[in-house]
Design a protein around this ligand. Structure first.
Ligand code: HEC
Length: 198
């Protein structure tokens, strides 16, 4: 399933040390159900069918993370949200490079509590990735990125830029791993004779 199994395992170990509170993810099952129903009401019949084929506990695991995000957009696409995340990520790097702990902490927390796209994540994932196996990896990527960003914020606020930079690297490894699993190279053209595989 994974192109880089060892890499994923290392990420999973990282995730267990990350700061997204496990309790928060277990909590609010009703709110998670309600959000899933709200999104499902927007889905095409095909997407609904795909979603229902994912194991219920895997769906709930994903939703219990989603529900902890209180910034939910009625219109933004996942790509637009990713661009905001990219902007916050770059802001953190500028702040760390200039010893600006407050700036780094603000941007890292904003990144951790990023906006959710319209309908959640499922509408934007490739069809063949909406499976129990693939969806069950999302909580790990989430914990590495968001837990890592919260650790960056805490260290930067204390003026410990070396530790903050280390956690910043963890965040980047989470972005990269999720892209390998769910995205690939953005904008690849099929009009080139020797186009790289999508
Ligand atoms: C949960 C998995 C996941 C994580 C974690 C993740 N991304 Fe993404 N990212 C995606 C997917 C899927 C897309 C493609 C979305 C689309 O095209 O609809 C994407 C697209 C993007 C894009 C837009 C590229 C394009 O197609 O134009 C940027 C920029 C980006 N991500 C940055 C980041 C950064 C920076 C991080 C880490 C801080 C990150 N992402 C973490 C899944 C993820």
């Amino acid at each position: 399933m994974f192109k880089h199994k060892g890499y994923f395992l290392a990420l999973a170990v990282l995730a267990t040390t990350c700061a997204v509170p496990a309790a928060a993810q277990q909590a609010q099952p009703q709110a998670a159900q309600a959000l899933m129903a709200e999104w499902a009401a927007m889905y095409s019949p095909e997407l609904k069918k795909k979603m229902m084929a994912v194991a219920p506990e895997t769906r709930m695991q994903l939703m219990s993370i989603m529900v902890t995000h209180d910034r939910r957009s009625p219109q933004a696409t996942m790509r637009q949200v990713m661009q905001e995340i990219m902007a916050d990520f770059q802001t953190v790097s500028i702040a760390l490079a200039t010893d600006n702990g407050e700036m780094a902490a603000d941007a890292a927390r904003r990144l951790a509590n990023h906006r959710l796209p319209k309908g959640g994540m499922l509408p934007y994932l490739p069809w063949d990735k909406i499976t129990t196996q693939d969806i069950s990896t999302l909580p790990t990527f989430n914990m590495v990125v968001e837990g890592g960003a919260l650790k960056v914020a805490a260290a930067a606020e204390k003026g410990d830029f070396a530790t903050a930079a280390q956690h910043f690297g963890e965040v980047m490894s989470g972005c990269v791993a999720c892209h390998q699993q769910f995205r690939g190279v953005p904008g690849v053209s099929d009009r080139l004779v020797a186009a790289p595989a999508k």
